[in-house]
Design a protein. Structure first.
Lengths: 154, 410
């Protein structure tokens, strides 16, 4: 499994950055330290054996009961080996995640969407604005404490 | 931004000595959201220097309806009809991808007949999606006839939807573990009619466009993107293959028994609008090949997995067995509880790689229900295609990347 190889190589290279490994239905998830995500991504992209050169998507998940309430999930893919890898970081509202736009330009819109929907900030992002919601919208709709139905003020 | 005017090379014009100091101002032009060539409600803010696009900023979100949020507050079953409504030109693709993701989460088997029927319907959907793309794309560039031809043919596929699921578009026909109902008897005749008539129709389109001088002038060398840039920008599907990257999810990571089908993956060379057009036209021929194989080799057997506590019991049992009735009631009212975990499933739609990312916390509602929409990523690469090129080519570029705003904004 390329994913298991990836975990081994990553653990050798970044012993302090890899926090957790988990497997479910043949998919591997690697929890990465928040500060190191951009470096890890760059390493995975350029590694001659792994070649995770394609970023499928970036998305957020909200766990309000946790101390670090947000997870940012990266789905990496290799157009050479056809393998997929999931990376995760945990963060809070005040702690920005290093942006991976310098590694893959396509991360630009994905990270904007995570910011729009969850309020997670990305450091080093060239243009961190709302993308789907109106510019003057104040809340972040995909947070679990954002109600599905709300009395309108109008 | 400003540029220098250099008229010294112009014949018959004697350049004033200070002409190089003249600065031209750029102009901001707003295109959309109500514009017929933006295929929905895409808004482009464009900075123009004369006829050249200096900067293009797409603005999306006008169709945002919070589908992800809505789905996270419904049971897995009740979220299924929402999937039809994102890419409304290829609803069965979304059904298929969502069902595959939930089946992966539940570790659920799908009987062979359902798998083959899904492949057949997915390829018919790809045809329908490509037909709308071709019709609207060609109309944007000025070939009005194509629009009528393509929509005439698409109607045949919508009739198949109607026969299967009862609706022309939002049929929700593909369900967890299989299909909603067994394939209707008329389907055989209807699909055969498509297989008999479509190759000639597609050849007609090609004879109208492929060597047409106006078409060539409007598409060749326009909106060029290299393979490296296309990968970096996350393009997928025909847009990536137009640049020469031979990657198709159906071949690379086969799902729903695609590995049993023989088909070619066409690729382009130059990565321009014309190559993307050629790739999609060839894909239509390949889709017909897959549909023919699926129809002829359709396995016998059940259309849905009937031995699962997660799924609805067979309808005839509901009327005769008390246990089946209770089971049916529980699944419909409470939903089922999948194991805790997370899955990502992607498929190849007509527009690119569609992905569903589901996080389950063990409850009857999905904790996170995320869609990786191909058009969302493809439209984010639009500035790369149009910046520095002529304004008149913007419309050709929007058409060629084949976007649907319903799935961009969700």
């Amino acid at each position: 499994m390329a994913e298991e190889i990836a975990a081994g190589i990553l653990k050798d290279k970044f012993p302090d950055s890899i926090l957790e490994l988990s497997y479910f239905r043949g998919e591997e998830t690697i929890l990465v330290k928040r500060e190191d995500i951009a470096e890890v991504c760059l390493f995975l992209r350029d590694h001659p054996e792994l070649q995770f050169n394609y970023l499928t998507e970036v998305c957020g998940v909200d766990f309000p009961e946790r101390e670090a309430r947000f997870e940012v999930v990266y789905h990496l893919y290799s157009l050479k080996t056809y393998k997929r890898l999931r990376l995760k970081v945990r963060t809070e509202e005040e702690k920005p995640v290093p942006s991976v736009t310098s590694v893959w330009p396509t991360a630009n819109w994905h990270e904007r969407e995570v910011y729009d929907m969850f309020g997670v900030r990305f450091s080093g992002h060239p243009d961190l604005r709302r993308i789907l919601m109106p510019e003057d919208f104040e809340k972040h709709p995909l947070r679990k404490d954002f109600p599905l139905f709300e009395e309108s003020d109008l | 931004m400003s540029t220098e005017l250099d008229l010294s090379g112009e014949k018959g014009l004697e350049a004033p000595s200070k002409v190089k100091d003249i600065k031209t101002k750029t102009m901001i032009l707003n295109m959309g959201p109500q514009h017929p060539a933006t295929h929905g409600v895409l808004r482009l803010i464009m900075e123009l220097d004369g006829e050249t696009v200096v900067r293009c900023t797409p603005d999306v979100g006008y169709l945002h309806t919070g589908i992800e949020k809505t789905a996270e507050n419904k049971t897995y079953y009740k979220a299924l009809p929402l999937t039809d409504r994102m890419d409304y030109l290829a609803p069965m693709m979304y059904n298929l991808c969502y069902c595959l993701a939930v089946e992966k989460l539940l570790d659920l088997e799908v009987p062979p007949k359902a798998q083959w029927a899904r492949v057949m319907l997915a390829e018919l959907t790809r045809l329908a999606s490509h037909l709308v793309w071709l019709g609207t794309h060609a109309m944007d560039i000025g070939a009005m006839t194509m629009f009528f031809y393509c929509f005439r043919e698409r109607e045949k596929i919508l009739e198949i939807y109607e026969t299967c699921g009862g609706q022309r578009m939002m049929s929700s026909y593909i369900r967890f573990g299989g299909l909603y109902e067994d394939l209707p008897l008329e389907l055989d005749r209807m699909v055969k009619e498509i297989l008999d008539t479509f190759p000639d129709k597609i050849n007609d389109y090609e004879s109208l466009l492929t060597t047409n001088r106006i078409w060539l002038n409007r598409t060749k060398g326009v909106g060029v993107i290299s393979a490296e840039d296309a990968i970096a920008c996350g393009l997928s599907g025909p847009n990536l293959r137009g640049s020469g990257v031979k990657w198709d999810v159906r071949k690379a990571n086969p799902y729903s028994s695609y590995e049993k089908f023989d088909f070619e993956v066409p690729v382009g060379k130059n990565g321009d609008v014309y190559d993307r057009y050629l790739v999609r036209l060839e894909e239509m021929h390949q889709s017909l090949k897959i549909v023919r194989r699926a129809l002829e080799g359709m396995p016998e057997g059940s259309f849905i997995n009937q031995n699962s506590k997660y799924l609805l019991p067979p309808r005839e049992e509901i009327f005769t067995s008390m246990e089946a009735l209770i089971h049916h009631f529980k699944v419909v009212v409470d939903g089922f509880r999948p194991p805790t975990g997370e899955v990502f499933q992607s498929i190849e739609t007509g527009k690119g790689e569609l992905g569903f990312y589901l996080v389950s916390d063990g409850s009857e509602k999905p904790y996170r229900w995320r869609v990786r929409a191909p058009s969302f990523v493809n439209v984010s690469a639009l500035p790369k295609l149009v910046e520095g090129r002529l304004f008149a080519d913007v419309v050709a570029n929007i058409g060629s990347i084949d976007i649907v705003l319903g799935e961009i904004d969700r």
